[in-house]
Design a protein around this ligand. Structure first.
Ligand SMILES: CC(C)(COP(=O)(O)OP(=O)(O)OC[C@H]1O[C@@H](n2cnc3c(N)ncnc32)[C@H](O)[C@@H]1OP(=O)(O)O)[C@@H](O)C(=O)NCCC(=O)NCCS
Length: 176
């Protein structure tokens, strides 16, 4: 049976879907590194953060849908380069997530390509994406889209709670 995989711009009524998807992304990323929800995710309360993103002219959020039902999201943000690169902007994919059961059928790819086309239409030619070290799934996904690593963040915590904690495999919680 054919399925329809599409991406559409998120709007305020979609925040309920976005928060649900974000919580699943947060759980998955936190299992790889505990700094993700503290430094790389969204400010709490997350619903307000999404609303602020939707109202920000430099930020774009798309929902990925199968047969019209939202099963993933992507968030990208435009930013300026340094002063001596006046007028040049880079679009950063800050986060992307697809529900476990909907992976591998192109939802991520459609969202990534749609977001990049949108940024290209406003003059962007440079794109970054944020991937945790050791996260092969996400690395493969972005490499398939033509991305290559250009930077890695090294982290140290005096508190002993933010250091290295990488699990290659995330095991989703069992269905209740
Ligand atoms: C990364 C992620 C968004 C990919 O979404 P997806 O819908 O499964 O990806 P797609 O089906 O569109 O795959 C696109 C390409 O990515 C690559 N890819 C996707 N899943 C892969 C896997 N399990 N193994 C290897 N490559 C994979 C493939 O090259 C694929 O192209 P192909 O179908 O022609 O082989 C999804 O796995 C996810 O949500 N992961 C957890 C969240 C995450 O890591 N986010 C990134 C950091 S915020």
């Amino acid at each position: 049976m054919d399925i329809s995989v599409t991406a559409r711009r998120a709007d305020a009524p979609d925040v309920v879907f976005l928060v649900d998807l974000y919580r699943k992304l947060e759980a998955e990323m936190s299992a790889i590194h505990p700094m993700w929800p503290r430094a790389d995710g969204l400010d709490e309360p997350v619903d307000e953060a999404f609303l602020a993103c939707l109202g920000d002219s430099g930020t774009r959020i798309y929902l990925g849908e199968i047969d019209g039902y939202p099963l993933g999201f992507i968030l990208g943000r435009s930013r300026e380069l340094l002063v001596h690169e006046a007028g040049v902007r880079v679009a950063a994919i800050r986060m992307v997530f697809v529900e476990q059961d909907a992976r591998g059928v192109g939802v991520g790819e459609v969202m990534r390509d749609t977001l990049m086309e949108e940024f290209r239409s406003t003059g962007h030619q440079l794109f970054d994406s944020h991937v945790l070290p050791g996260h092969r799934l996400a690395k493969n996904f972005f490499e398939a889209g033509g991305f290559a690593a250009r930077s890695i963040i090294m982290h140290h915590s005096d508190l002993g709670d933010g250091g290295r904690r990488i699990r290659a495999q995330f095991l989703p919680p069992a269905e209740s």
